[in-house]
Design a protein around this ligand. Structure first.
Ligand SMILES: O=C(O)CCC(=O)N[C@@H](C(=O)O)c1ccccc1
Length: 374
């Protein structure tokens, strides 16, 4: 493989409805897509960074800037091109290691290079990563609502669509009451979990322990991302398993969190951890420690969503992921829509991601294109 050129494309994707979490409300996604052109094939990557640095320190403009100024020039050198020619996407993380952080940008370019490499080989993401299923259960994430009736109507709609698991966003003042209302209305058998996105502190331990009454699958990232010891202390107070999201940015931080007893479950988001190959390393590490994993979502288009579904088919992904159908967030996706069937989504079987953007749909949402020659 030889990199010939890279396209950095921004798309603006309006959400079907506002999506409110403890760190803000999304009404549209400003997404950075990467297309790599190689002598063998083209490949697509999706950067999951939000418009503002509210989920993590990354934000979409910073990721496009770090790609343009620091990451892509490193891939363009003769040594890098030789390494890519010999080892393909497996070489990317090492070639970019000197640049600190910016894992979402690194993940996006590695994803695009892996897609090109696999398309040229006629091999799917699933086969490459180690998928053992051809469809996976689909969970859905439900935002914070203005009222309990509105929340219950949304949850009812998703259950009617067949979603395999409900995740409720929570924050101080919106936690016990919505959880109790969902349990009261839909019963104790609905697989149910909550996501706090770092909104609590250890002083809330006794309050959060009241969630134990509702038989939740997990409570996700209750404390600040750097408070690993706090999560370990909270785990000793709660019966509900603790799941980490923002705190786990690599296999190394996953190992530390597991060893310190900070989590019993990990939400793996390839963009957050630097790519799908690191995501697989975390999956393998977690499995070795008996830690369940599931695939988180960042409101991806069908490109990132397809790769997440492939990852979700690995054996250690034993909990439904945030791999909802395209229409959970978008009226029109930029790829053929991902559709829910009996609570599951199909694992793409085609080469690479198995999907590509539909040109006219992509053009309709494109706000800028930057071409970088190698
Ligand atoms: O299904 C999805 O893609 C979204 C899942 C989800 O709730 N993601 C959350 C999160 O913090 O995990 C989120 C991501 C990005 C923006 C807002 C919220």
């Amino acid at each position: 493989m030889k990199l010939l050129g890279i396209e950095l494309r921004r798309v603006s994707m309006p959400l079907v409805s506002p999506f409110r979490t403890s760190f803000g409300t999304q009404t549209e996604r400003d997404i950075l897509l990467i297309k790599v052109v190689t002598d063998d094939a083209e490949g697509w990557g999706e950067c999951v960074a939000l418009a503002d640095p509210l989920y993590s320190a990354e934000y979409v403009d910073s990721q496009q800037d770090v790609l343009r100024r620091f990451l892509l020039p490193r891939l363009a050198t003769q040594e890098s091109q030789a390494a890519l020619a010999r080892f393909g996407a497996a070489a990317v993380a090492g070639l970019l290691h000197a640049v600190k952080g910016h894992r979402m940008a690194k993940a996006a370019v590695e994803m695009a290079i892996l897609d090109a490499e696999l398309r040229a080989l006629g091999r799917s993401f699933g086969r490459e990563l180690g998928a053992v299923a051809d469809r996976v259960p689909s969970g859905v994430s439900v935002g914070i609502h203005d009222s309990i009736p509105q929340l219950l109507a949304a949850v009812e709609g998703y259950l009617d669509e067949g979603y395999a698991r409900i995740k409720l966003k929570i924050e101080p003042g919106w936690d016990l009451v919505p959880v109790a209302a969902v349990r009261d209305r839909f019963g104790g058998d609905v697989p149910l979990q909550v996501d706090a996105n770092t909104a609590y502190t250890l002083r809330d331990a006794r309050h959060l322990a009241k969630l134990d009454a509702y038989d939740l699958l997990l409570i996700e990232q209750p404390l600040e991302e750097e408070d690993v010891l706090g999560h370990a202390a909270l785990a000793r107070e709660l019966a509900t398993p603790i799941c980490l999201d923002e705190s786990v940015v690599s296999a190394q931080t996953a190992a530390a969190a597991i060893t310190l007893g900070a989590c019993q479950i990990i939400n793996i988001k390839p963009g957050r951890v630097g790519g799908y190959l690191e995501a697989r390393r975390i999956h393998d590490l977690a499995a070795a420690h008996g830690i369940a994993v599931w695939c988180g979502g960042m409101l991806e288009t069908g490109l990132g969503r397809s790769a997440n579904i492939a990852l979700s088919a690995l054996p250690g992904f034993t909990l439904p992921g945030d791999v909802s159908a395209s229409d959970r967030f978008y009226r029109t996706d930029i790829t053929e829509p991902i559709v829910l069937v009996d609570g599951h989504v199909p694992v793409p079987a085609g080469p690479g991601l198995g999907v590509t953007p539909v040109p006219e749909l992509l053009e309709r949402v494109t706000t800028s294109v930057e071409l970088i020659d190698f």
